[in-house]
Design a protein around this ligand. Structure first.
Ligand code: SIN
Length: 301
């Protein structure tokens, strides 16, 4: 009897695009690139174009042994777009745009590292992506996991897709980074970065994919409470908070994920418009030092 040949997703094949060697790490997200140096890619239009195309296909790209300078780090990231500052994480004083995420014995073990999130959705224009390098990491632990939120949307039941199509949601730095701050500082943070409102399903501006766009920064839907959904102050099932929790929980499904083990000079480049990530906080009191260049993005639609 003839057996049907196993078929994987068409775009996710090991091989090369131009000079870059590409090895997909899962069936849905993430590829390991080799034979490429990002310092050189910062100066090489054709190489950069290859990497950008791979990023749109695989959503997260991983590289080992990237011994470039901080200036080359931000120069490469700037090819993707202007860089942003972060109000809660310290920047490198000599390299504007390079955010230091340093965790050592001076940082308490409880913080926001270990929540599923899409970076900066508390901004009206969240970052389009980021380039993250490990400077120093634990012997074991401190991995980062990414999830493909276009796949998470695609797999939703049709009735949920219909229900969430018109919904918009609030995203808050106050309720997340601000939650550990004394009240006055929290209010000042919120005054500087008021909550943002985004569609629950966004369209990727370059690939056209629909993306499930709620995560750890999302506090509530802003337009759920219509007469059709809520009667006498009570939600119909599924209620707003149940629905939001269900949607936020999609990132935790392993089939949508890739998990990356860091070593010094390992790099991840991710498309923040269609992924979420989770930095696993299992390594304390070991030291973990990361440097990230975040790239300014567009208003989601
Ligand atoms: C981040 O959340 O942008 C940082 C991820 C990490 O440190 O692994």
């Amino acid at each position: 009897m003839a057996t049907e040949e196993a078929k994987g997703p068409a775009v996710l094949k090991t091989g090369s695009l131009g000079s870059v060697q590409v090895e997909p790490l899962t069936c849905s997200i993430g590829a390991l690139l080799s034979n490429v140096n990002l310092g050189a890619a910062a100066r090489d239009d054709a190489l950069f174009a290859e990497i950008k195309a791979l990023l749109l296909t695989h959503k997260v790209l991983f590289l080992r042994d990237q011994d470039f300078t901080r200036a080359e780090h931000v120069a490469f990231a700037r090819r993707l777009g202007p860089l942003e500052d972060h109000p809660a994480l310290g920047s490198d004083p000599d390299t504007p745009g390079l955010v230091r995420i340093y965790k050592d014995l001076s940082s308490p073990p409880e913080h926001y590292e270990n929540g599923w999130h899409c970076d900066g959705t508390w901004r009206a224009t969240p970052p389009m992506g980021a380039v993250l390098r490990c400077i120093e990491g634990p012997e074991v632990g401190g991995d980062t996991v990414w999830a493909n939120m276009a796949k998470a949307y695609e797999d939703l039941p049709e009735h949920i897709k219909a229900q969430i199509a018109p919904l918009r949601a609030r995203h808050s730095i106050e309720a997340t980074f601000g939650a550990v701050m004394p009240t006055e500082r929290r209010h000042a943070l919120k005054a500087q970065y008021p909550d943002a409102e985004h569609p629950v399903v966004r369209t990727h501006p370059e690939t056209g994919e629909k993306v499930l766009y709620v995560s750890g920064f999302t506090t509530h839907f802003v337009n759920f409470h219509t007469p059709a959904n809520v009667r006498y102050g009570q939600d119909f099932a599924p209620g707003a908070s149940e629905l939001l929790n269900y949607l936020i929980g999609r990132a935790a499904i392993p089939e949508y994920q890739v998990r990356w083990r860091w070593r010094p000079n390992s790099v991840a480049i991710w498309d923040n418009r269609c992924t979420q990530h989770y930095a696993v906080q299992d390594y304390w009191p070991a030291v973990r030092k990361m440097e990230r260049a975040g790239v300014v993005g567009d208003a989601p639609y």
